[in-house]
Design a protein around this ligand. Sequence first.
Ligand code: COA
Length: 154
Amino acid sequence: MAVIATSPAYCQLGFADIDQMLDIEQQVYSHPWSRGNFTDSFLSAHDAFGFRNSQQQLFAYFLMMPVMEELHLLNLAVGAEYQGQGYARQLISKMFDYAAQKQAESILLEVRCSNQRAIEVYLKAGFSEIGKRKSYYPAQGNTREDAIVMRRMC
Ligand SMILES: CC(C)(COP(=O)(O)OP(=O)(O)OC[C@H]1O[C@@H](n2cnc3c(N)ncnc32)[C@H](O)[C@@H]1OP(=O)(O)O)[C@@H](O)C(=O)NCCC(=O)NCCS
């Protein structure tokens, strides 16, 4: 029987999606967001969007915080089984559509210096490094890690 590929459903996310986001956080981050982080973000009216598979299971998402005319990317993650299939690229394209709707001038993000994979994704999407934040992230063994700050004009 022929297998018909279906595109994932793109949708806005809210409090009801936090459990599924927490599952993905545990899979893909050394220092995952907590329930409190997501709750605070939604209470602050940050917008989140993601992809669901045909079983309605969330497998990728991003969260945005508006700061004046700039949008700040707070989090972007693709579930472990779904990585390397172009979903980050698709999510970022949706993020650009969202930025255009909001008439944002630019998108800003931070990424761990060691997160070469994500840095590559952002560079390919047109982001450039604009600076570093020293010791921004918690790291292994009670140490801290620098963040690279990247921006893309809309
Ligand atoms: C970083 C992350 C979002 C990438 O998601 P993804 O869906 O695997 O990425 P894509 O498949 O869309 O790949 C996009 C680009 O990433 C790069 N890439 C993908 N897999 C890679 C790998 N294993 N090594 C290096 N670069 C890779 C490629 O440049 C690819 O470009 P291409 O389409 O021209 O080949 C995903 O690995 C993830 O969720 N990581 C954990 C959370 C995280 O680090 N988020 C970023 C926080 S700032």
